[in-house]
Ligand binder design. Structure first.
Ligand SMILES: C[S@@+](CC[C@H](N)C(=O)[O-])C[C@H]1O[C@@H](n2cnc3c(N)ncnc32)[C@H](O)[C@@H]1O
Length: 323
């Protein structure tokens, strides 16, 4: 059953909404794909912009789909949603009997519905089983990763995805606990362990466990895998002149979006000394954001979760423009 609307902790605000609408230009009408529909905030604004606009939404999380379907029910058949990974964008479009979208949006990361639902295990603000799966019916929960992975792999995940300088010490303590027959299974156990391993104390106003929790979530949901291929697939599906907008919250995600958009605008991304290009650069888009668009102070004040958001956008070239 759908969660009651408004039943989540913090009011949900779609990130960089004005900027997203500027680049997608949904007032033209037509078909838009929201690859991470979440609570349906961006989708709702797209649908409100014109009576001729349709949205196909997708999300991994069945709870997000329940929520957004209920929220967007007033739009009738103009909104349809599918449970799918955005890497399956082409299959979803064909299942929906649609083609040639005018715009594709991906708003990466975790939703407030996930973050504010104690039992999902995404947040150390609540004590709960350490799960963190966006699709709770598939894959292994975070506690299983901490129980099964070698210490070096746990340290790598926390270092790479969390940019946590105490990653080795945290991984050591996780493995010590499991060797003592007391594996880390809850959010509170992990948060306390990180506090102990890092000596507590907030860095840059961020709780010491934030980076470790972010890193684990990225690993549990394989969030970076196939992101570049997805951008290329999305661009290939767009109608000529169609727009792609990507919003990211992590430097590694932003780097993938940046490099992929550059590659698709014809700029080779191979390492400098490579004698021939192997990255497959081709000129099919015009990049619309030379630098990433970031939220202003006011948006960050109103919605602190927006603080690390970066938006990049491109326009698919028509055949005459490809040169
Ligand atoms: C930041 S939220 C999106 C919020 C949404 N734009 C709104 O206005 O409500 C990100 C959503 O993407 C979903 N998600 C993350 N990775 C995904 C993937 N690979 N495929 C499909 N959905 C994904 C999450 O489950 C989450 O609901």
């Amino acid at each position: 059953m759908a969660a009651p609307l408004g039943g989540i902790g913090a009011p949900h605000r779609p990130v960089l909404l004005k900027e997203t609408l500027k680049f997608l230009a949904p007032e033209r009408g037509g078909l838009f794909i929201d690859c991470t529909v979440g609570l349906g905030g961006h989708s709702e604004a797209i649908l409100e912009s014109s009576g001729d606009t349709r949205v196909v939404g997708m999300d991994l999380d069945p709870a997000a789909l329940d929520y957004s379907r209920q929220r967007l029910a007033p739009f009738g058949v103009r909104f349809r949603a599918f449970q799918a990974n955005f890497r399956e964008i082409a299959e979803v479009l064909s299942r929906a009997g649609e083609r040639d979208p005018r715009g594709v949006l991906v708003d990466l990361g975790v939703s407030s519905l996930q973050f504010d639902s104690p039992e999902r295990g995404f947040s150390f603000r609540f004590d709960a089983p350490l799960d963190m799966r966006m699709d709770p019916t598939s894959g292994a929960p975070a506690a299983d990763l901490l129980q099964q992975l070698p210490e070096s792999e746990i340290a790598r995940i926390i270092y790479e995805f969390g940019e946590e300088r105490h990653s080795r010490r945290i991984a050591r303590r996780i493995v010590e606990r499991r060797e003592q027959g007391r594996p880390v299974t809850t959010t509170k156990e992990l948060a306390d362990l990180v506090l102990g391993a890092t000596g507590g104390g907030k860095r840059n106003q961020i709780h010491p466990a934030t980076r470790t929790f972010q890193a684990l979530r990225i690993a549990v949901n394989n969030e970076l895998e196939g992101l570049g291929d997805f951008v290329e697939a999305a661009v290939d599906l767009l109608e000529p002149g169609g727009r792609f907008v990507g919003i990211s919250f992590h430097s590694l995600e932003d780097r993938i979006l940046k490099q992929e958009l550059r590659r698709l605008s014809g700029q080779c991304q191979c390492p400098p000394r490579l004698p021939v290009c192997t990255c497959g650069a081709r000129k099919v888009v015009e990049v619309l954001t030379r630098r990433p668009v970031t939220p202003g102070d006011r948006e960050i004040d109103e919605n602190p979760r927006a603080r690390s958001a970066k938006l990049r956008a491109c326009r698919k070239l028509g055949d005459m423009e490809k040169g």
